[in-house]
Design a protein around this ligand. Sequence first.
Ligand code: C5J
Length: 229
Amino acid sequence: MQLDHAQPFPYNFELKSTALVIIDMQRDFIEPGGFGETLGNDVALLQAIVPACKAVLEVWRGLCGLVVHTREAHRADLTDCPPAKRRRGNPALRIGDVGAMGRILIAGEPGNQIIAELAPLPGEIAVDKPGKGAFYATGLHERLQQAGITHLIFMGVTTEVCVQTSMREANDRGYEGLLLEDCTESYFPQFKAAAVEMMRAQGAIVGWTATSGDLLPALAALPAQSQHC
Ligand code: C5J
């Protein structure tokens, strides 16, 4: 299958060897009252991409494509949280502190759950990642290799932090990555714009970009495949 309008040039992929990777669509970043908002961010910016993400996820599921969800999450005892990460900056709440939705960025806490609209289904891969990238200390690469995955289509938040880091990690591991521009967002629109430009610059030095409006018609033309159902 080819996405003719992908940038900087058409993107080719096969459904059976492609995973949809949804980065950190967790309540604490997306919902009012969560960690993101306590940091002074406007979560409405991130909420705006939920319908587009949901539309892609539903079609992908209908085709039995492999789905990967990530959460930025640490163990309750913080043994996987470098002190430098916890110390950084001057936030009102630090990783592990108790916020409005439980302990900040701690696995299993209410705020650490993926938002209901995109909640993982049984059989989908859900990864707790202690870093910004989806490949650091998660075993994700091994699971994707076992599943025969060579291509990754990315959605999620935030564009210039966990999404960009994950795409760069994937690129260094040999995956062909594509970012859906209308399915990713940042608290800082100028950072999103810069990150998108950076990834596809220099002949797709990190990967490709396209929109859900490019992907969905291409997927609609496909028969369902059973490999990942
Ligand atoms: C951040 C993320 N921004 N998921 N996390 O700390 O991008």
